[in-house]
Design a binder for this molecule. Structure first.
Ligand code: CP3
Length: 337
């Protein structure tokens, strides 16, 4: 059994696995090299050879316990017929939703469109040592809907007008997405992934009275699907603050990724019987090495007696120096040996 599974499922406290969100990405020169020749991001995600090579890049550099498949949460709206574009410094742009396309997409069409992702997983699995986990992922329905309907305006503020006018549509979208996300999870696991992480990056923008319907319930359904299929599952409902407790008690995943705004002491005392992952602010990695190691030591000390996967409170930033990542990995490995 690999260390990630041992920590998530057996709640082993001594294996101390480590990996990073966005560990395959723009901070690596070898990624930028491939990216500069592949300007269409969606096409790159659908190139199974390159996607597998990119997935393995951080594994070749650092002593990590998991690879996360190089893809994107927005491949699901793409699979459901929406056009997705990534423009430099602008973030993702989705074409206007044609709800009938979305609703009428069959499972067969969806799986065919996303088949290169599944092939990339199979190729990666063959090259990955069996003591390492291969993590697959999905975006939670709410976070996908933020992009699908263009609900978020600049500065991370929601357009409540759209939300009020499209209540019925959102309900429909959540149900359709839950079905297709379960299918996407199953296909990724059948292809060789062993764990799934569910990103609900915009959970923290929801007003309290919508959290249950838009965040907890859909996440709960996805977690039940994973548990029924014996798939270890980590949730990352970013920005929930103290509502992390309600999330964990309602959704009950095997692991919970905490964000950098959440007090780790509070998390350690309040989030019980669950494997905790991450927390450290990725911006710390832009500082001097002493500060980085001191902050890592803080997290490792707080979570010493509990099942903990070392990771960050969000993805590695493009400005991160890979040498600092290397230093951090070695420090975590040596800690309390
Ligand atoms: O973590 C990994 O290494 C695996 C690959 C991965 C990517 N995106 C690759 C990517 C994962 C797990 C994601 C998840 C994702 N994608 C999320 C949830 C996590 C989070 O960041 O909150 C979200 C919201 C997205 C949507 C998305 N994709 C955005 C907003 C952007 C543009 C902004 C950004 O951070 O670059 C992307 C593009 C993207 N996805 C890149 C990568 C490596 C950068 C592409 C590039 O320009 O080279």
């Amino acid at each position: 059994m690999n260390k990630i599974t041992n920590c998530l499922i057996n709640k082993n406290i001594s294996c101390k696995p480590i990996w990073f969100m966005r560990q395959a990405g723009r901070y690596l020169p070898e990624f930028r090299e491939i990216r500069s020749k592949n300007l269409d991001f969606i096409k790159l995600c659908l190139n199974s050879n390159l996607s597998s090579i990119i997935t393995l890049q951080p594994i070749q550099r650092f002593d990590l316990d998991a690879a996360i498949i190089f893809s994107d949460i927005l491949m699901v709206p793409y699979g459901l017929g929406q056009e997705v574009k990534f423009e430099k410094n602008k973030g993702p742009i989705l074409s206007e939703l044609i709800i009938s396309n979305f609703i009428n997409t069959t499972e067969k069409e969806f799986t065919k469109k996303l088949n290169p992702i599944y092939q990339a997983i199979t190729k990666t699995k063959l090259k990955l040592h069996n003591n390492k986990s291969l993590i697959s992922f999905i975006g939670a329905p709410w976070t996908l809907i933020v992009y699908i309907l263009g609900i978020k305006e600049e500065k991370n503020i929601l357009n409540f007008e759209i939300m009020k006018n499209k209540k019925e549509e959102i309900k429909l979208l959540i149900d359709k997405l839950v079905n297709f996300l379960c299918l996407h999870i199953k296909s990724q696991i059948d292809s060789g992934a062993d764990t799934v992480q569910i990103f609900d990056s915009w959970a923290g923008l929801l007003p309290e009275d919508l959290r249950n319907e838009y965040c907890y319930e859909p996440n709960r359904k996805l977690v039940i699907f994973c548990k029924n299929n014996k798939i270890p599952v980590i949730c990352f409902p970013k920005g929930l603050d103290k509502a992390y407790l309600e999330f964990v008690n309602t959704v009950k995943p095997d692991g919970i990724n905490i964000d950098y705004d959440l007090d780790p002491e509070w998390a350690s005392s309040n989030l019980n019987n669950i494997c905790i992952q991450g927390g450290m602010d990725p911006k710390i990695l832009l500082l001097h090495e002493n500060k980085i190691l001191k902050e890592a030591e803080k997290y490792l000390t707080i979570f010493k007696g509990s099942p903990y996967i070392f990771n960050l409170g969000h993805g590695l930033l493009p400005a991160t120096d890979p040498q600092k990542v290397d230093r951090l990995v070695k420090f975590v490995r040596e800690f309390d040996k």
